[in-house]
Ligand binder design. Structure first.
Ligand code: NAP
Length: 280
């Protein structure tokens, strides 16, 4: 099977490496000649081009550009596509993508691999990025079942764990576990940095160790990702932030009231709940 990939960065490049290892013929499109060459040299693709026409023979195409570029990419692809070609994307927010693309291309299946890191570009592409990681598909009522099955089979070959949900449920769920943490962790860094005493600030910076590394990692990552989440998942992000603020206010009240009993109960309940989200 011929699989096309548009956007040969971290996710597109990593998909290419693994799909080729599974025996698929991978055709890549990048906006830059040197990325096409690097993708061939690194074994990410069998063929690469800056011209979308290379994808005329692709049976399935993964759109792996930033979210803002997904719709323009589909518009550029449509003139070269065969009506049976299945399109899928990897964007981290689903409602705006599905609403924009579904009316244009019926054989479109929204997707989101819950895998990645803070690096970007073809240099960051790595093998086995998706192994044992969740990969969400968000078909809607009009999505052809055959198109879903085609994408599902390819995702299975990556050894990812497949989940199905509505685009709305996806965007609410990722707001809790991905987008809210980015904003909260960013606020943590900004709050620490606001220490008015320069000696204390320097001391805090020198003393920061593994706890701060863990809690600041996502908030101190690529600013573009945080901006993208706020832009495209604004309503769900605001909703989860309001809940977070209520929770924080509750904790502040307990500490102000020296209500150690209730605070301990809350911390115990958090300790137990964490294992439902994080499996170590
Ligand atoms: P990335 O490493 O920056 O790769 C994106 C690639 O898209 C770039 O290498 C670039 O390739 C191409 N591109 C950039 N701007 C473009 C534009 N305006 N028009 C057309 N192509 C453009 O980013 P990524 O992390 O792989 O993210 C790609 C997608 O995956 C995003 O939609 C993101 O939401 C989603 N995602 C990311 C993660 C993560 O952790 N990073 C996880 C899951 C899903 P060329 O310069 O070669 O054209």
């Amino acid at each position: 099977m011929n699989i096309g990939i548009v956007g040969l960065g971290l996710i597109g490049g990593s998909l290419g490496l693994d799909l080729r290892a599974c025996g698929y013929q991978v055709l890549g499109v990048s906006r830059r000649e040197q990325v096409c060459q690097k993708a061939i040299d690194r074994g990410v693709v069998d063929l690469a081009s800056m011209d979308f026409a290379i994808l005329a023979e692709a049976e399935v195409i993964f759109i792996c550009t930033p979210i803002a570029a997904i719709l323009p990419t589909v518009n550029q692809l449509i003139p070269v596509l065969n009506p049976s070609t299945v399109l899928t994307d990897v964007g981290s927010v689903k409602v705006p993508v599905i609403e924009a693309i579904t009316p244009l291309w019926s054989n479109f299946v929204g997707g989101h691999p819950m895998a990645g890191n803070s690096e970007c570009g073809i240099e960051a592409a790595q093998t086995n990025l998706f192994v044992s990681k969740p990969y969400v598909l968000t078909p809607v009522a009009s999505t052809p079942l055959a198109a879903v099955a085609v994408v599902e089979n390819i995702v299975k070959s990556l050894s990812a764990k497949i989940y199905h949900c509505t685009p709305q449920a996806h965007d609410r769920a990722v707001s809790w576990i991905s987008h809210l943490p980015v904003i909260v962790s960013g606020a943590l860094i900004a709050a620490c940095q606001s220490e008015a005493n320069p000696e204390v600030l320097t001391l805090a910076q020198n003393l920061a160790s593994s706890g701060f590394r863990d809690t600041s990692r996502v908030g101190g990552g690529n600013p573009e990702l945080g901006l993208m989440m706020a832009h495209y998942n604004r309503d769900e992000l605001l909703r989860s932030l309001q809940h977070y603020r209520q929770n924080l206010d509750g904790l502040i009240d307990l500490i102000e009231q020296k209500n150690w009993v209730e605070l301990e109960q809350q911390l115990q309940s958090n300790h137990a709940a964490r294992s439902h989200f994080v499996r170590e």
